[in-house]
Ligand binder design. Structure first.
Ligand SMILES: CC(=O)N[C@H]1[C@@H](OP(=O)(O)OP(=O)(O)OC[C@H]2O[C@@H](n3ccc(=O)[nH]c3=O)[C@H](O)[C@@H]2O)O[C@H](CO)[C@@H](O)[C@@H]1O
Ligand SMILES: C=C(OP(=O)(O)O)C(=O)O
Length: 422
């Protein structure tokens, strides 16, 4: 199993290119199931999750070709010959559930394994199910699989989500593009990845309005065509690399970054005393001498502070001057990085959905274990400024969401290497 070794200490300076968004690509790929014509995605990230989605779509009969070293995905779903998304693939990744809406809309039936819970929380599917039922689907849970059908086709309806779930919004928007009549989805999620999905669906011929607001209106059409679409910048990878100089010191320009993707996060960096500047090519982050200031952070749906940056922000706050409270409001079990950071000398108490971080002057390198994707990278970030060597094990989690992490961090002067330890 691979580990990442970080030798902390030096400042970081230079540029880091930011990839296309994992979470956008994982919803854009299943959109291919809605059409017989080809869908091509450019600026795709090179990640294991993208391979898993490729495997899943291929198992359903779609053709997915990875071109230009994986940066371009050329997909075609002319002949779908299977309507079952098997447990063996779905269990690897929550986002597999995003084939449900498109298959139901295109084929009138779908059998999709329940993705199940994962380390960060229970993550049920009730919001997806209720919303698709509102469009006329009949859904039953049998033997761990959701059996969904819409014998008379899906019909547009007005539905309000109990919570602005990203995945449920994506599933419903995709399903509604081919439903008869108008669907009005209220309390829809507003994340940039949803805006990106809608922009792609519109290129395919869908009639949708309101993306980026909490009411999305979809006028169903008979069929969708093909399109070429560029995946939006990964705001979570962006925020992660913006934290690297914030933690280690120095100045790093994140190429492709835009303020509107990370506004609430930048407000917190500003309160900590970290400077963020918009440049022609992206966002430049600079940390001057001295300790950062403590801040309180509450994770919220977009445009609030993203839960997917909470672990990385905690890594910064471990060495801040003063006490910070982080409140996690999206997932019920997303502080698993805290005990690992404590192994590095951090002073953190977790009580339910709150973590209180008393800033210490310096962290010390230690052997630590990655428990999930964002926890993994938070430990690498913490290691950048820690005294001595940090060895992060179980880094396969990292491969789900960060391409070339060692290359990107080494490129700005970090001492990071990946090793295979037996
Ligand atoms: C592939 C992808 O895009 N993943 C992102 C997506 O996950 P995902 O789409 O799974 O996140 P949701 O917005 O659906 O989940 C948010 C909360 O709603 C709950 N919930 C969700 C669905 C449901 O039917 N019932 C229910 O109770 C979840 O358990 C969680 O507590 O948005 C999350 C929140 O920004 C991010 O952390 C993930 O990185
Ligand atoms: C939680 C995440 O991903 P997923 O929804 O795919 O588990 C994430 O990207 O941080």
């Amino acid at each position: 199993m691979d580990s990442i070794i970080v030798k902390g200490g030096g400042e970081l300076n230079g540029q880091i290119p930011i990839a296309g968004a994992k979470n956008a690509c994982l919803t854009l790929m299943p959109a291919t199931l809605l059409s017989e014509e080809p869908l091509t995605l450019t600026n795709a990230p090179r990640l294991s999750d993208i391979k898993t989605m490729t495997e899943l779509l291929s198992s359903l009969g779609a053709e997915v070709s990875s071109l230009q070293g994986g940066k371009v995905l050329a997909m075609s779903s002319h002949d779908l010959n299977n309507h079952t998304a098997h447990y063996d693939i779905v269990r690897k990744m929550r986002a597999s559930n995003l084939v449900l809406g498109p298959m139901l809309a295109r084929l009138g039936h779908a059998i999709v394994s329940l993705p199940g819970g994962c380390a960060i929380g229970a993550r049920p599917m009730d919001l997806h199910i209720h919303a698709l039922e509102a469009l006329g689907a009949e859904i039953e849970l049998k033997d761990g699989y959701l059996h969904a059908k819409a014998p008379g086709g899906l019909k547009g309806a007005t539905h309000e989500l109990r919570f602005a779930s990203v995945g449920a919004t994506e599933n419903v928007v995709m399903a509604a593009t081919l439903a008869k009549g108008t669907t009005v989805l209220k309390n829809a999620a507003r994340e940039p990845e949803i805006v990106d999905l809608v922009q792609c669906l519109r290129k395919m011929g869908a009639q949708i309005e309101g993306e980026g607001s909490s009411t999305i209106t979809i006028q169903g059409v008979d069929r969708l065509g093909g399109a070429t679409h560029q995946v939006v910048t990964d705001r979570i990878e962006l925020g992660t690399y913006m934290l690297a100089p914030a933690i280690a010191g120095g100045s790093v320009e994140c190429l492709g970054g835009r303020i509107n993707l990370v506004e609430s996060f930048c407000e917190k960096l500003d309160q900590c005393g970290i400077q963020v500047e918009e440049t022609e090519a992206g966002l430049k982050v600079t940390r001057k001498n001295g300790r950062v200031r403590a801040v309180d952070v509450v994770t919220e749906v977009f445009p609030g502070f993203p839960t997917d940056l909470q672990a990385q922000m905690m890594a910064l706050l471990c060495t801040a001057e003063g006490t910070s409270v982080l409140e996690e409001k999206i997932f019920e079990n997303r502080f698993m990085h805290a005990p690992e950071l404590v192994r590095m000398g951090a002073d953190i108490e977790v009580h339910g959905g709150h973590a209180t971080v008393h800033g210490v002057e310096r962290l010390k390198g230690a052997p630590v274990m990655a428990t999930d994707l964002r926890a993994s990278v938070s430990l690498i970030l913490a290691g950048l400024a820690a005294e001595g060597e940090t060895v992060v094990s179980r880094v396969y989690h990292l491969d789900r969401g960060y391409e070339h992490v060692v290359r990107k961090l080494s490129g700005v002067g970090a001492k990071v290497e990946r090793v295979h330890l037996t």
